[in-house]
Design a protein around this ligand. Structure first.
Ligand code: MN
Length: 199
């Protein structure tokens, strides 16, 4: 069973004016699709891996043969990360009580969390992702990953993330990653984040 490009469940322009439709369209139909296609090519002839969900695949990279490990890490990670990212984007959703309590406990307040999250996102040299995860000790933690690496590969449970590859913001924000991160805070689907937290 080949991996397929998932639908958003919303339109490309649903996040306007914060994230523009053109960026969403190219990001999904070109960039994400390319990860899916290249993952399928990498897995050709490896029928033992093809039946796994992409999360399962990247959570156990040790079970992937050495010859295709880098390709699975990059393209499997790319597929998993983007699939996760689309779901945590939505306009006009307030932070839910359970996740807000956990954020207050760990970071002091939602604003302090945003400051630290922004700092992490701006601190990534080159391409990668900033994440809010539940770590192995069961605590909320902000982590950064390079390229398409995923915290799932380190046994951490992602709650939310932001893609800081330039393809995620260059059309609208050019080189201004800080502006993009501020904009991102306006389109966090806290309902989904809360669901990820409880799940
Ligand atoms: Mn991307």
């Amino acid at each position: 069973m080949a991996y397929t490009l998932p639908e958003f469940g919303y339109e490309y322009d649903s996040l306007e004016p914060f994230i523009d439709a053109r960026t969403m369209e190219i990001h999904h139909s070109k960039h994400h699709k390319s990860y899916v296609d290249k993952l399928n090519v990498a897995l050709e002839g490896h029928s033992e891996l093809e039946g796994k969900s992409v999360e399962k695949l990247i959570s156990d990279l040790d079970s992937v043969p050495g010859k295709i490990k880098t390709a699975v890490c990059n393209h499997g990670g790319g597929h998993a990360n983007h699939s996760f990212f689309w779901k945590i984007l939505k306009k006009d959703v307030d932070c839910e009580e359970d996740i807000l309590d956990a954020i207050n406990k760990e970071f002091g307040s939602l604003d302090e969390f945003k400051e630290k999250f922004k700092e992490a996102a701006l601190g990534i040299f080159g391409s990668g992702w900033a994440w809010l995860v539940v770590n192995k000790e069961g605590k909320l933690e902000i982590v950064k990953t390079q390229n398409q690496d995923s915290p799932v590969s380190e046994g951490k449970k992602p709650l939310l993330c932001v893609d800081v590859w330039e393809h995620a913001y260059y059309l609208k924000h050019k080189n201004k990653r800080p502006d993009y991160i501020e904009t991102f805070f306006k389109v966090i689907n806290w309902e989904q984040v809360s669901e990820n937290f409880r799940g």
